[in-house]
Design a protein around this ligand. Structure first.
Ligand code: GDP
Length: 207
């Protein structure tokens, strides 16, 4: 059964784990350095140009923003990282809030990690992958803006990131990687299928 991504609506915002909505059902979260293309990818997924704008309105950029697909399925937009102007103390606080969400959120089934395909595997990306592996969280990496590069360069980047994810230190149960472009829609089907599989897996394999 395919999830209807277009039936999405803004649910709430939370500054940290303790303010999140009830920890029930299934959540899929989106993380990425600011400007990686996270909002655009979310909008492409739900075919609504305004959705992730909600997360970019003043006052919401540092919040965890929840969008509801139905009672038991949510998309979660995590704050973009890498704003130069954020003081170190704020950044530290955010690291704690983000790692707590990633490590302790029971309903979190998978993480979409977006990286600009021209600048993948920043320190921040590596940090997120480490936190995720510590809790066996599944991660699907989108190498974004693939329309901006030639095929050869894309192939090299894809291999490089795939190699990195095979690092035994990460020991995550599953990290997958794909090329993606919101502009050309390259990889959109693969992206949709990944999210669908995370949302519906329990229905296929009841425990
Ligand atoms: P966010 O900060 O991660 O939410 O990034 P945005 O979604 O706001 O995107 C940052 C910039 O990259 C914007 O100017 C987008 O138009 C651009 N962008 C996002 N996705 C793509 C893409 O697939 N192709 C191209 N060429 N530009 C993109």
């Amino acid at each position: 059964m395919m999830v209807n991504f277009q039936k999405v609506s803004f649910l709430s915002s939370a500054p940290k784990l303790s303010f999140c909505p009830p920890d029930e059902g299934i959540e899929i979260a989106f993380a990425g350095r600011s400007n990686a293309g996270k909002s655009t990818a979310l909008n492409t997924l739900v075919k609504n140009k305004k959705l992730a704008k909600t997360s970019k309105t003043p006052g919401r950029t540092q919040l965890i923003n929840f969008f509801e697909l139905n009672e038991n399925q949510r998309l979660v937009d995590l704050p973009g990282y890498g704003y130069a102007k954020v003081p170190l103390s704020v950044k530290r606080k955010w690291d704690i809030n983000l790692s707590e969400y990633l490590r302790f959120r029971q309903s979190l089934r998978g993480l979409i990690l977006l990286m600009d395909s021209r600048h993948p595997l920043t320190e921040y990306d590596r940090q997120i992958l480490m936190w995720s592996s510590q809790t066996n969280l599944e991660v699907h990496i989108l190498l974004t803006k693939a329309d901006k590069q030639k095929n050869n360069a894309l192939k090299t980047t894809l291999e490089k990131v795939k190699n990195f994810t095979r690092d035994p230190e990460l020991s995550s149960p599953s990290i997958s990687v794909q090329l993606f472009s919101s502009k050309s829609k390259l990889g959109l089907k693969e992206f949709e299928e990944k999210i669908n599989s995370w949302f519906t897996r329990e229905l296929l394999n009841p425990q």
